[in-house]
Design a protein around this ligand. Structure first.
Ligand SMILES: C[S@@+](CC[C@H](N)C(=O)[O-])C[C@H]1O[C@@H](n2cnc3c(N)ncnc32)[C@H](O)[C@@H]1O
Length: 262
């Protein structure tokens, strides 16, 4: 063999082959906290990597001892460059994983199940991926049954999953047409509605919010049983979408029949 003879092709670490095999069908969990939440709420995670495995396990000791053992079994250390090649923007924890998206049929069954003990949040034609992620995190925190979006935004878009901090697995997240919304009284939030402070929101409510740009659509208004307003000083036009969801879920939890989530 001469000096310029055949060169060996660098081999791909086995964990990266596993990653490639699952990448198209799975959801990216970006960062330690997203992986921690997904594991806590029952996600199936076929592969997880860390640029610094010992550092990630030290974080688990500190912040998530409940899933430490599973992380120990799952996390494979890869070179930082290899990790950075798997994500759009490297996360400070240098952890990434892939999770199997829950079947749509299971989410639709959860959304349709009656009697419903906690509300469904409906985002009517939302535009902003960050808002959608923040709303899913809120819904998970308040133990809402699910988050339904109408319109073109994909609530499982990687940016939404990043904003949701892995909490898509703690509530049922799906996109539907207005005509397909689950049963239940629709309380649609609109500054022209009745003051929320005089209302009790039922546990089986659909709490609907309009788009950042144009508010509630005609179809959603037609399906609404009540229009509800959040207190707001004159001359302020509206609140941010995710902030409105936060106030409304808080009002439901503070005045509703079920005890606050523990
Ligand atoms: C940013 S706002 C939409 C503003 C939009 N320019 C409009 O014309 O309605 C997004 C959504 O948050 C909710 N929202 C914001 N402020 C509210 C308020 N004071 N009372 C009730 N809902 C509100 C509504 O559901 C609204 O459609």
């Amino acid at each position: 063999m001469t000096e310029s003879g055949p060169q060996s092709v660098p081999s791909v670490p086995p964990v990266l082959s596993v990653w490639r095999r699952h990448a198209d069908a799975c959801v990216l969990l970006d960062g330690f906290h997203a992986l921690k939440h997904a594991l806590r709420f029952g996600a199936e995670v076929p592969v997880a990597v860390a640029g610094d495995r010992a550092g990630a396990l030290a974080l688990a000791d500190e912040l998530a001892p409940d899933v430490r053992e599973r992380l120990d079994g799952l996390l494979a250390e890869v070179a930082h460059e290899a990790y950075a090649g798997l994500v759009a923007r490297p996360h400070p924890t240098a952890v990434a994983a892939l999770a199997v998206r829950p079947p749509r049929a299971a989410n639709l069954a959860a959304l349709a199940r009656t009697p419903r003990r906690t509300p469904v949040v409906v985002l009517d034609q939302p535009r902003n991926l960050g808002n959608a992620g923040a709303v899913i995190r809120l819904a998970a925190g308040f133990g809402a049954t699910g988050v339904v979006t109408t319109g073109t935004l994909d609530p499982w878009h990687p940016t939404v999953v990043r904003g949701g901090a892995g909490l898509h697995f703690a509530t049922a997240v799906e996109r539907l047409e207005v005509a397909e919304l689950p049963p239940g009284p629709v309380f649609a939030l609109d500054p022209e509605g009745e003051d929320i402070r005089g209302l009790k929101l039922p546990d089986d409510a659909l709490l609907a919010f309009g788009s950042e740009r144009s508010g509630l659509s005609r179809e959603l208004r037609a399906r609404a049983d009540h229009l509800v307003a959040l207190p707001m000083r004159p001359q302020v036009s509206s609140y941010n979408l995710a902030t409105s969801v936060a106030m409304t879920l808080y009002h439901w939890s503070a005045t509703g029949a079920v005890p606050p989530v523990s």
